[in-house]
Ligand binder design. Structure first.
Ligand code: KG4
Ligand code: ZN
Length: 337
């Protein structure tokens, strides 16, 4: 069965074709980073318009890469939320219309479920059950994953998401958009420990996170005096240490609590080198290991949506035929059945 995946929830347009027998046949992403850069963040209206421009060329590219035709598509999965309403609607309309034209079933998919399952696309995939650390621009969550469709939220951020904290701190340090990768690369040349930042909630005894205080602490340091470039690098390094230390400590605590040795990391912040290093070390210490999606599948992409849709179909979920549809800009993962 060949499932086409469509992702358009934010600033990446992703299209992919996943075959339940042969794996990923093709995938293509267009990132809007360059377009939004001038504004210092994602402009929703521009994002929606750009998704419209990109979808058909990306579909053609994926079909060519997969050596397939439209008629080979057996089902279509698309991101129905959470995300930007207009951007989601572009992908949803495209997927629903194409499904109707091809007379194939269509499946709305939860964006975070896509991220959660993305490490299963790797050759070396974890077995169920596992703990998942979901770290994106909008979410920081620890989840117990018993199987596809069975997710228990163990803890999440009470305020800013980890990626959001990276982005906002990058802005405070005068770095461009997107902030996360820029801050991470500045941190590589700095020394942690010269500035002292808190490790929020590290001893809270639960699996909750809080990152907004960290951003305020950085703001205080920035306002205290004129920071030189090396100062900024040191502050970036300390910030990265603080965030990754808390994330690693709580992820390991979740694995201990549930007596599980497999940790899956998903979402854009999962691309952070220092986070990976810390998680690998901490999990090795308890005799466990960490599973990551391929680097190109860490950020938003169509492959995880196609894969997620395929898994749901294999589990017997009844797909819809085209017709009335809606997107859900806000959609808590625990409301998923
Ligand atoms: O999952 P994602 O692509 O989009 C959603 O939010 O769904 O995650 C994007 C987030 C952004 O906040 C970005 O700054 C962050 O992931 N990010 C990073 C790195 N690469 C991306 N944060 C820290 N270090 C990185 N290397
Ligand atoms: Zn995402």
């Amino acid at each position: 069965m060949k499932v086409l995946g469509i992702e358009s929830s934010c600033d990446e347009t992703g299209v992919a074709l996943y075959d339940t027998e042969r794996g990923l046949l093709g995938h293509a992403i267009h990132t809007q980073v360059a377009m939004h850069e001038a504004y210092g963040g994602v402009v929703p209206e521009l994002a929606s318009r750009d998704h419209i421009r990109r979808l058909i060329p990306l579909l053609e590219k994926v079909l060519a890469e997969a050596k397939c035709h439209r008629g080979d598509i057996d089902a279509i999965a698309y991101t129905a939320g959470p995300g930007l309403a207009g951007a989601l609607l572009v992908g949803a309309s495209f997927a629903e219309a194409l499904a109707m034209a091809l007379d194939v079933p269509v499946l709305p998919v939860h964006h975070l479920e896509g991220h959660l399952l993305s490490p299963l696309l790797a050759d070396d995939a974890p077995n169920f059950p596992f703990i998942a650390l979901l770290v994106s621009g909008g979410h920081t969550q620890l989840m117990h994953v018993a199987r596809v469709g069975n997710y228990e939220l163990l803890g999440e951020s009470l305020d800013d998401a980890a990626g959001e904290a990276f982005d906002k701190t990058a802005k405070l340090l005068g770095l461009g958009y997107p902030g996360g990768p820029a801050l991470a690369s500045l941190a590589e040349s700095g020394t942690a420990g010269r500035f002292k930042l808190p490790r929020p909630m590290i001893n809270s005894g639960d699996l909750a996170f809080s990152f907004s205080g960290l951003k305020t602490a950085v703001l205080t340091a920035v306002r205290a005096r004129d920071l030189s470039e090396p100062d900024k690098a040191d502050l970036a390094a300390e910030f990265q240490e603080a965030v990754t230390e808390v994330l690693a400590a709580k992820a390991v605590a979740a694995c201990r609590q549930r007596r599980l040795s497999s940790l899956v990391v998903a979402g854009g912040v999962g691309a952070n080198r220092r986070l990976r290093e810390r998680l690998d070390d901490a999990m090795a210490k308890i005799g466990g290991r960490v599973f990551y999606p391929a680097l190109e599948l860490c950020t938003d992409n169509g492959a995880m949506i196609a894969f997620c849709g395929a898994q749901r179909l294999l589990q017997g979920e009844a797909p819809r035929r085209g017709g009335a549809f809606a997107v859900r800009p806000r959609w808590p993962l625990n409301e998923l059945r």
